[in-house]
Ligand binder design. Structure first.
Ligand code: BGC
Length: 747
């Protein structure tokens, strides 16, 4: 744990986040990430000149590489110059082309299996938590911080920017992703990518696209109609790429409409490189390549983690294919040129980053600020929270709150500086042993609560014995129960949305024993809450990163006024989901005991998350966008400026007696029958007590439009659009209508 005190960390964070965000961090970086550093035409000329000097073998050398780990029955040594981690692509020293040294991932720099002994890193809160801040500034500061740490460790590519739309609340990787809405998710993912690249480190965005669940990710086809695809998952990526301009896009494991994502002509050639004009390169996910000619001709530029694929598709086989005339050399030039373009744009050829110690204290402040803004106050009856400083006794129960805060597993798992606070080996079918560690980051919420309430008697009960825990709760003024849901890459959430290991019974018993019970959830995503009616206060703390404990204590005490809002809907029951049973989970095993190939038809189309709940008339447990504050806000004086574009203005006032931030959300409903409301704009607005601000939200026009497949264009139809400004997808404060003119525009 960093040695900085909570208040020092907070003021550092404020300093870092003041005046447009991470200027302080950005200033200490070199300027290579400045996308304007080299004019596009100069860049193109340099790329072309460099490609012209490369031999065919050298070009192909840039198009594939191994996972930078030695494994398997006869482990090959790592290539010279590789840093152990996720991936390595050798450079061409004679032309000053650097090697790509790649590390995971979006929450922080990883250290898989401890291959770099003792090399810890700062962990941000989960990607979903960062989305819950609804703050592009926080996302950008986080992206910059992890980019800085990647460079400090000598890496020049961060496999970050996870941007899958959360369609399936049981997906084991939802904690990495930015939620169920294309605008929110794209804005947050894009800002994070931008922050990383401002540090002179290439970021990816991934996993393109429709990698919506882990169950069967390599043996399923995710099927969706084009218009719905464009308006949902693709729109999220489109916005993220627009804002972040990542050097590379990582294609996914699954098939999309019957064609593997890493050889999908529609998503790669037509949409990404065609319609969106993407100039960077497409790298495969690790073990996601299935062909040479199809993959090369349909848009894949580089095979990553090649030991995991069945064949050397992009090395010897690609060379053979070029020699046989099956892949033209001009395509090889394009592939290599795309990689060089991103390298030069980001200044990677200025030399490898000089390894140096990271400023973990400053970085702790960045992650703490993110965690503080991410925590969502879901429920707060009787104003139970914040707990007064005079609280005499607190019973902290469960969730290993005496040790640390939970983190998510898989390739994005960060090994914290100084090592985990606790670790358990989890065993589930389908979960590789090396990724089965359930890691708790330091510090312990119990310690942070003790520091925050120095005059209270703070006891701890591990919750294993429910009756004893309830008895301990009964004797305290306040009981705080911590509940955990562990999620990891490779498998969907064990137990679905039900808290495992009798935690529901524990919460119910504690709440029955003490009317002042607060539940703190540390989950990857939504969970069911059968005890909700009997529990006055609930905080969603997500996986809160390496300063999560301090952030949680800050919210409990009121030092931090909660401002997180849900980036996903919390369902009231599994029956409300488009798929009450997780697709693929009920398939009988095929020959050899393996799950057979299967298809998922995404029947909800673009009506993902809150849109699905609205069109089906379901009342969720907690709506998308929901989150309470310790102060109150009032909205008034709505003005709508409509026509070709749509902007709404309104007054927002903090009517309470403490400073706080409100997330104002603009929803629009197009005039076509059966359309759901869509989030079209949002702003997080910090207000002092009594302060009023005039806020203007401009709708992203794509959120007013339908995608017209025949015209290959977005189409805004003429007519009356319902406008709602509010505090969640269902809590409307101001309503009006807008008259829009018909208009089409290119994707
Ligand atoms: C994951 C990617 C990751 C890659 C390299 C894959 O299993 O899906 O997100 O970047 O491994 O570790």
């Amino acid at each position: 744990m960093s040695g900085s005190s909570p208040s020092r960390a907070r003021s550092l964070a404020r300093a870092l986040l003041a005046s447009g965000g991470l200027l302080a961090l950005a200033a200490c970086a070199a300027t290579p990430g400045d996308p304007n550093a080299l004019a596009a035409s100069d860049l193109d000329a340099r790329v072309a000149a460099t490609v012209a000097q490369l031999t065919l073998e050298e070009k192909i050398g840039l198009l594939h590489g191994p996972m930078a780990l030695s494994f398997g029955p006869t482990p090959a040594p790592l290539p010279e110059g590789a840093i152990p981690g996720a991936g390595y692509i050798p450079g061409v020293p004679r032309l000053g082309i650097p090697a790509l040294r790649e590390t995971d991932a979006g929450i922080g720099v990883t250290n898989p299996g401890g291959v770099r002994p003792g090399d810890g890193a700062t962990s941000l809160p989960s990607g979903l938590a960062v989305a819950a801040t609804w703050s592009p500034e926080i996302a950008r500061a986080g992206g910059a911080m992890i980019g800085r740490e990647a460079a400090d460790k000598g890496f020049n590519v961060l496999l970050a920017g996870p941007a899958n739309l959360v369609r399936e609340p049981r997906n084991g990787r939802n904690f990495e992703y930015p939620g169920e809405d294309p605008l929110l998710g794209g804005t947050i993912a894009g800002a994070a990518i931008r922050g990383t690249q401002e540090q002179g480190v290439i970021s990816t965005t991934k996993h393109y696209a429709l990698n919506s669940q882990e169950t069967g990710r390599q043996i399923l086809s995710a099927n969706i109609e084009e218009a719905a695809f464009r308006e949902s998952d693709l729109l999220l990526f489109e916005i993220a790429i627009e804002i972040g301009d990542p050097g590379s896009v990582m294609c996914a494991y699954n098939q999309i409409n019957g064609q593997y994502a890493c050889e999908n002509a529609f998503t790669l050639n037509e949409v990404l490189k065609g319609d969106w004009g993407y100039r960077g390169w497409v790298m495969s996910d690790w073990g996601a390549v299935h062909s040479t000619v199809d993959a090369a001709m349909n848009g894949l530029d580089q095979q990553s983690g090649e030991q995991l694929d069945a064949e050397p598709y992009f090395s010897t086989l690609l060379l053979d294919a070029v020699r046989a005339g099956e892949v033209p050399e001009s395509r090889i030039d394009d592939m290599a040129g795309r990689i060089l373009r991103s390298m030069f744009r980001m200044g990677l050829d200025d030399g490898p980053p000089t390894p140096r110690p990271s400023d973990y204290e400053a970085h702790a402040a960045v992650t703490q600020a993110a965690a503080e803004q991410a925590i969502v106050l879901l429920k707060n009856d009787r104003g139970l929270l914040p707990l007064p400083a005079s609280t005499a006794s607190i019973a902290v129960i469960g969730g290993q709150a005496d040790k640390g805060v939970l983190s998510g597993g898989g390739s994005s798992q960060v090994w914290p500086v100084g090592g985990p606070a606790a670790m358990a080996v989890m065993e589930y079918p389908g979960l590789p042993a090396a990724f089965g560690n359930r890691v708790f980051h330091p510090g312990a919420p119990l310690d942070a609560i003790r520091e925050t309430f120095p005059s209270a008697v703070v006891g701890f009960h591990d919750g294993a014995d429910v009756r004893a825990a309830a008895a301990a709760a009964a004797e305290a003024d306040v009981a705080i129960v911590f509940a955990l849901q562990w999620a990891t890459e490779f498998v969907d959430v064990p137990g679905g949305l039900t808290l495992q290991n009798e935690q529901d019974a524990l919460i119910a018993a504690v709440a029955a024993a003490n009317p002042n019970t607060v539940v703190v959830l540390e989950t990857g995503g939504p969970v069911l809450m059968p005890w909700l009616d009997e529990t006055p206060a609930v905080l969603e703390a997500w996986y809160s990163g390496t300063r999560g404990a301090q952030a949680i204590a800050g919210v409990l005490s009121g030092a931090v006024n909660p401002s997180g809002r849900l980036p996903v809907t919390f369902p009231a029951s599994l029956e409300q989901l488009p798929f009450p049973v997780l697709p693929g989970s009920d398939l009988p095993p095929g020959p050899g005991g393996a799950t057979p190939f299967f298809e998922i038809d995404y029947v909800e189309g673009a009506d993902v998350g809150y849109r699905w709940y609205e069109t089906r008339g379901h009342e969720p447990l907690f709506a998308f966008g929901h989150g309470l504050s310790y102060t109150t806000f009032e909205y008034g004086d709505l003005e709508i400026d409509d026509g070709r574009t749509l902007a709404v203005s309104f007054d927002l006032t903090n009517t309470g007696d403490r400073a706080g931030a409100e997330v104002a959300q603009l929803y629009v409903r197009p005039p076509q029958p059966g359309e759901a409301r869509r989030l079209a704009g949002f702003a997080k607005v910090a207000l002092e007590p009594g302060e009023t601000r005039r806020v203007t939200l401009t709708a992203d026009r794509r959120l007013l439009a339908q995608f017209d497949v025949d015209a290959n264009a977005w189409r805004v139809d003429a007519g009356g659009y319902e406008v709602a400004v509010g505090r969640s997808a269902i809590a409307t404060e101001l309503e009006g209508s807008a008259e829009m003119r018909a208009e089409s525009f290119a994707p």
